[in-house]
Design a protein around this ligand. Structure first.
Ligand SMILES: Nc1nc2c(ncn2[C@@H]2O[C@H](COP(=O)(O)OP(=O)(O)OP(=O)(O)O)[C@@H](O)[C@H]2O)c(=O)[nH]1
Ligand SMILES: [Mg+2]
Length: 303
């Protein structure tokens, strides 16, 4: 009898919650084995919730990657935080992802307050970036995060998401907390995002990687054209910026900067689609797009 119970299939939704830049999307991509959520070293990379699905013969987990929780100053930021909050309602388990190389900061405390206030869902601590954690700080940081979140027993794991270190052990803890039920998605599904949206994100990812200061936050990407024929997809996309000075930076001298972004993004999109891509990029100035509910809807950033 007990043997039968142990082999029952488990599945459920797991929300990844935390501050910006702690490694939530890196963790998700590693587990899913595909790039479903873009990653950069700039905070606020993820702008809406993204589901990434991991299926094995024993379990299926639909991870909900969320925008990092921060102080909202724009309509975009408000929508991002709302998306993170809403993900809590859908989750069977919450994984609080922290940059384990730092002591909890104000925003970590805010997020943990939100978790305590808004949900009774089990929380697991993932202390990421352990490659940057000094041995003498491990216990102190771990105790601080555990106390802050009210974590008991062994519901925590130290990970290095970039190398996949300890991710299997984190998964084991998660799976044990999932309900016994059939898979929710077909076994070959890996995300709920459209190829169109992912392609736009892959262009934005290259811009985030290549730019600094205010530019990463001022940029959005919108696919205007998508035409798939005989093993070739032609994609036309607009890059939105807020000022003409930013437009000049993105285009670069003789269009070189834009060209390099286009080449790198095209390679990523080809990997995703599994065939050739022709990618054409335009840069448009759209003042205050981050404040405009209409543009945010067009960008598919809202619900
Ligand atoms: N050293 C180190 N860097 C990591 C690790 N995990 C992620 N990173 C880096 O941290 C940065 C942020 O990673 P993301 O996955 O985009 O972080 P995020 O939490 O999704 O950030 P937002 O989308 O802004 O909320 C990237 O430069 C990653 O390569 C890790 O375990 N160790
Ligand atoms: Mg992210």
């Amino acid at each position: 009898m007990t043997e039968e119970k142990q082999t029952r299939y488990r599945s459920g939704y797991v929300a990844l919650i935390g501050k910006p830049n702690v490694g939530k999307s890196t963790l998700l991509n590693h587990i899913v084995g595909q790039k479903v959520s873009i990653v950069s070293n700039k905070p606020q990379t993820t702008r809406r919730r993204v589901i990434g699905i991991a299926t094995t013969p024993a379990y299926q987990i639909a991870f909900i990657d969320t925008p990092g929780i921060h102080e909202p100053h724009t309509q975009l930021a408000k929508s991002m935080i709302e998306q993170a909050r809403m993900s809590l309602a859908d989750a069977n388990v919450i994984v609080f992802v922290a940059d384990g190389s730092h002591h909890p900061g104000e925003m970590d405390k805010e997020v943990s307050k939100l978790l305590k206030r808004e949900s009774t869902i089990p929380v697991i601590l993932c202390m990421n970036k352990m490659d940057q954690l000094k041995a003498e700080d491990v216990q102190r940081n771990l105790d601080a995060y555990k106390t802050m979140l009210g974590i008991e027993d062994d519901d925590f794991m130290l990970t290095t998401a970039t190398r996949g270190h300890n991710v299997d052990r984190l998964l084991e803890i998660i799976v044990n907390k999932l309900p016994e039920q059939s898979p929710m998605y077909p076994e070959d599904a890996f995300t709920d995002q459209s190829s169109r949206f992912l392609a736009a994100e892959m262009v934005r990812e290259q811009i985030l990687i290549a730019t600094r200061q205010e530019i990463p936050h001022a940029v959005a990407v919108m696919v205007d054209e998508w035409d798939e024929q005989e093993g070739l997809t032609r994609i036309g996309a607009s890059i939105l910026v807020e000022k003409s000075s930013q437009r000049a930076i993105i285009i670069g001298k003789q269009g070189q900067f834009l060209k390099a972004i286009g080449t790198d993004a095209r390679i990523e999109i080809e990997k995703m689609l599994g065939h050739k891509v022709f990618l054409q990029l335009h840069v448009r100035v759209s003042e205050d797009w981050r404040m405009s509910p209409r543009v945010l809807r067009e960008l598919e950033y809202g619900e």
